[in-house]
Write a protein that binds this ligand. Structure first.
Ligand code: ZN
Length: 499
């Protein structure tokens, strides 16, 4: 007779099969599905999601989980049971009626948000947003928390994260980042990036970005890249990881988009194959996942060493870029400029955008801020942190999709990813030697090996906090990030420290 643990894994394999069907259909929807397929796809995915949920929270699964916990088992079994128990608690604490209400409201809210953004009509979206935050408050109550409702919600995305923890993180970076942004702006040494704009051949971009991804170690016999309106990475198994990119007027948009998704993809492709389609496979949290996309996109991808190899190839593929020097190109792809739109923000100002959203959602959750006052609040924060005021709500508080889906507690994981990418890089270069040298000499395979050994191969085995300690020797702080970007951008902008 199989053990309860084996029976549980088999049961979870059914759930995995249902979920992966949904993910494949979602990938297809965002890449190839004709617009006419939308209604059928929503219905099919909705039904499959219900079946997956019911199978997961069923009495049978719960009994097997309890029995397997009784059995004990080795350390890996314990780790597996811990993550399944955590997933189970999240899925069962919130009543099905509230889940249904939220998902119905979220799909309506999405349509309303699209309209409101197109027409710059915040008032048209405000009542629904108000209701969504109301549901989030109820969710927090069901999930439970000690200090702040935000704790309950953010833990869904980043295990162990709390508002107090995020506050401490933002307190470390708020002033240094606003100061650095200001100093770079006042340097009078803005980089020219005009040569990056043009009508670039899409096929050539697809081929070139795939070469870059491959150079970082992405395995295209176990993955592929397609195009999507909003680039993302998804996976259906360790040996089936899908990247997407998009082609805009700025040539580097597809390049850095691909490198970003490649970082996510490498994390997934390098999970231990013996955990494939099981609970421990894959990335441990959103913040740790984002550290990998940012590491490959920014630390590797925006370095001079990387482009020493690839700029000659880029010029060969896109001669219209002209005879730019390595120095010019490096400055252009590291241009810092306060802007209104988060997804287009550079490495320095990006976290300031996140901070505005984080502060807004905390205050909306506690009702310290009323939804109707959000536009003024938002604009004042942009003026304060970035020195610019959005001329309308379309480019202001209506720009992001997250709140219309009822996702509250998610944004800080982006900043965490930025900070952690530097802390991981610091640990990596302590072992492997000077980072710039490492990249310039093409030792990206060594970089990947280190990340596989210290991050990727652990999947969800440890909590995010434990994983960070194991990989870097300490808890997450902003030290490596602040030191790293200050040094980099003072060099890019020809400033010296303190001037
Ligand atoms: Zn990402």
């Amino acid at each position: 007779m199989p053990s309860a643990y084996d029976a549980l894994l088999d049961r979870l394999y059914d759930v995995n099969a249902l979920n992966m069907s949904i993910w494949i259909m979602d990938w297809d929807q965002q890449t190839y599905m004709p617009p006419g397929g939308g209604e059928a796809r929503a219905e099919h995915c909705g039904r499959l999601a219900r079946m997956a949920h019911e199978a997961f929270v069923s009495d049978e699964t719960q009994k097997l989980l309890a029995a397997a916990e009784q059995e004990g088992g080795d350390e890996l079994a314990q780790a597996t049971l811990r993550v399944v128990r955590r997933d189970m608690a999240q899925r069962t604490k919130i009543p099905a009626s509230l889940v249904a209400e939220k998902s119905g409201l979220a799909s309506r809210a999405h349509e309303e948000w699209v309209q409101a953004r197109a027409n710059d009509n915040f008032a048209g979206f405000a009542p629904t947003l108000d209701r969504l935050f109301d549901i989030c408050r109820q969710e927090a109550d069901y999930l439970g928390y000690t200090d702040h409702p935000y704790d309950a919600l953010t833990d869904l995305y980043e295990e162990g994260a709390t508002k107090a923890g995020w506050d401490a993180m933002f307190d470390q970076i708020r002033q240094p980042l606003t100061d650095l942004t200001k100093r770079l702006g006042e340097s009078g040494n803005q980089a020219d990036n005009s040569f990056l704009f043009g009508d670039w051949d899409k096929g050539a971009q697809m081929a070139f970005t795939k070469r870059l991804s491959e150079a970082c170690g992405f395995n295209f016999s176990q993955g592929r890249q397609d195009t999507a309106a909003h680039p993302f990475c998804t996976n259906f198994a360790i040996h089936d990881v899908r990247l997407t990119t998009r082609f805009l007027d700025e040539l580097t948009s597809s390049i850095f988009g691909t490198l970003h998704e490649t970082g996510h993809g490498l994390y997934e492709q390098n999970s231990p194959i013996e955990w494939d389609r099981q609970p421990l496979a894959g990335g441990v949290s959103l913040g740790v996942h984002e550290s990998q996309s940012r590491l490959w996109e920014n630390i590797v991808g925006r370095s001079k060493g990387f482009w020493k190899t690839w700029l000659p190839e880029l010029k060969k593929t896109f001669p219209a870029i002209g005879d730019v020097s390595l120095e010019q190109f490096h400055r252009a792809v590291n241009r810092v400029e306060p802007s209104l739109i988060r997804v287009e923000a550079d490495e320095v100002t990006y976290n300031l955008h996140i901070m505005v959203r984080y502060e807004a959602e905390c205050d909306l959750l506690t009702q310290k801020l009323k939804v109707k006052d959000l536009p003024d609040y938002w604009n004042a924060k942009y003026e304060k942190y970035l020195g610019i005021t959005p001329p309308n709500d379309r480019q202001g508080c209506l720009q992001d999709v997250h709140w219309s889906g009822g996702s509250v507690g998610y944004f800080p994981t982006y900043s965490m990813g930025n900070l952690l990418s530097f802390q991981i890089w610091e640990a990596l270069t302590r072992d492997l030697g000077d980072g710039e040298q490492l990249i310039e000499s093409g030792r990206l395979g060594d970089v990947l090996d280190w990340l596989r050994e210290n991050v990727y191969r652990h999947g969800r085995r440890f909590t995010p906090k434990d994983l960070i300690k194991r990989a870097t020797g300490k808890e997450l702080t902003a030290d490596a990030y602040l030191a790293g970007i200050t040094k980099k951008y003072e060099a890019v902008y020809g400033l010296t420290a303190g001037v």
